[in-house]
Design a protein around this ligand. Structure first.
Ligand SMILES: [Zn+2]
Length: 241
């Protein structure tokens, strides 16, 4: 007899997952099946979104289904509510794009795109007022944390809200620097109120401009003067005490 599990797994509300292929014989569909098990990939993407953005208590429960649709179209992928209902999500993924993904990158790129799009099915958007750069940054942050990093990604950028991997890596830095759950807390702030940059001050204690400056220094490998000052102050305070 198998021993009883030490603790029950959290009850993540995985919605019904559906899959449609417009042309099974297209090169993109063939390549997709070569690299990805759709059931496993969709399930894993949902769990990555839940783990990095929510807890079992805070996870949204209104999404009733997610359908992955492989079809010929321009671009890479996008996510939308279904024609019927916003609680039924559709991820459209281009078979023309998939056909041109290299075999070496196949699994990571296809699962990475699915994970990015799955974030859009569940993330908060400050009642529609969140800057697009932050929305896309949160999506690439989860892709990064899930381990599907494309070879061309690197830390950098000119502005914190440029979006995609530039904002994703910035959020990753905040999570390292300000503790586990930082990005979860930022996402939670976008649940019920309109957007304000003050979200960063509330969660991390500094303005987003200051956080971005410190991040750029960290990326460049420069010493963080302010951090030194803070620990010097702390030493002085400790001696005075
Ligand atoms: Zn996106």
């Amino acid at each position: 007899m198998a021993p009883a599990a030490a603790s029950p797994k959290p009850a993540w509300p995985v919605p019904r997952l559906l899959f449609k292929v417009n042309d099974m014989d297209s090169p993109g569909a063939r390549k997709f099946f070569k690299h990805v098990n759709p059931s496993e990939a969709l399930h894993a993407a949902v769990l990555d979104v839940f783990v990095w953005l929510y807890t079992a208590e805070s996870v949204p429960r209104h999404v009733r289904s997610v359908t992955l649709i492989l079809r010929s179209m321009d671009g890479v992928a996008y996510t939308t509510g279904s024609d019927l209902d916003e609680d039924h999500k559709e991820i459209h993924f281009s078979t023309d794009y998939i056909a041109n993904v290299s075999d070496a990158q196949g699994t990571a790129e296809l699962k990475g795109v699915i994970t990015h799009e799955m974030v859009h099915c569940f993330q908060y958007n400050a009642l529609g007022t969140c800057p697009g750069g932050l929305i896309e940054g949160v999506a690439d942050y989860v892709r990064l944390r899930a381990g599907y990093v494309p070879p061309h990604w690197h830390r950098g950028g000119e502005r914190w809200d440029e979006g995609y991997q530039n904002t994703g890596y910035f959020l990753d830095y905040l999570e390292r620097k300000h503790g586990e759950g930082t990005v979860r807390a930022i996402n939670a702030c976008l649940a019920e109120e309109t957007y304000d940059d003050a979200v960063f001050k509330k969660v991390c204690g500094h303005s987003v401009d200051k956080l971005w400056k410190r991040y750029k220094k960290w990326v460049a490998g420069d010493p963080d003067d302010e951090e030194k000052e803070t620990s010097a102050d702390k030493d002085r305070d400790e001696k005075a005490a």
